[in-house]
Write a protein that binds this ligand. Structure first.
Ligand SMILES: [Zn+2]
Length: 153
């Protein structure tokens, strides 16, 4: 993300800049409706449900605006895929299903506190914690019609 003069824009001014652009409003609404860390493709599909004619470029300009102004945050998963959440969403531990790639977000208060303490002991200051945990959400069992039995490999 490029450094931007807009980073110091007051929150009420950012709210005005969001309010006057339907694409920005629609994107924020999609983020809130999905309620989990979502990929740009998932967000674009959600926006298109209400604004079928929104150009992809407009969507990505809105996404960049909201990132640059600290309204949204981006996490890059180990596979290179990016997911987006509200910047103030306290659920910044991301559990990624190894089977279907579903991302679930969890609160990290306790983990963050422990990591910040560990960092301070080493003379470092921790940035906001973002962690990715891999798991199996159960989709594997649904897809093969089995329960409580992990299919090999
Ligand atoms: Zn899954």
């Amino acid at each position: 993300m490029p450094a931007s003069a807009a980073i110091n824009t007051p929150p009420d001014r950012i709210a005005q800049l969001i309010a006057k652009r339907p694409g920005r409003r629609a994107l924020l609404r999609a983020v809130d409706e999905i309620g989990e860390a979502a990929t740009s493709a998932e967000l674009y599909e959600a926006v298109k449900c209400r604004h079928a004619d929104i150009p992809r470029a407009t969507f990505f300009r809105a996404l960049r605006f909201l990132l640059e102004n600290g309204v949204l945050r981006k996490a890059v998963l180990h596979g290179g895929e990016c997911v987006y959440q509200r910047a103030n969403d306290p659920r910044n531990i991301l559990w990624v299903c190894d089977d279907c790639a579903k991302v679930s977000a969890f609160r990290s208060d306790e983990v963050s506190a422990a990591l910040s303490q560990a960092a301070r002991r080493r003379g470092m200051e921790a940035s906001p914690v973002s962690v990715e945990v891999h798991f199996h959400c159960g989709c594997r069992w649904e897809s093969v019609g089995e329960r409580k039995e992990i299919r090999p490999g």
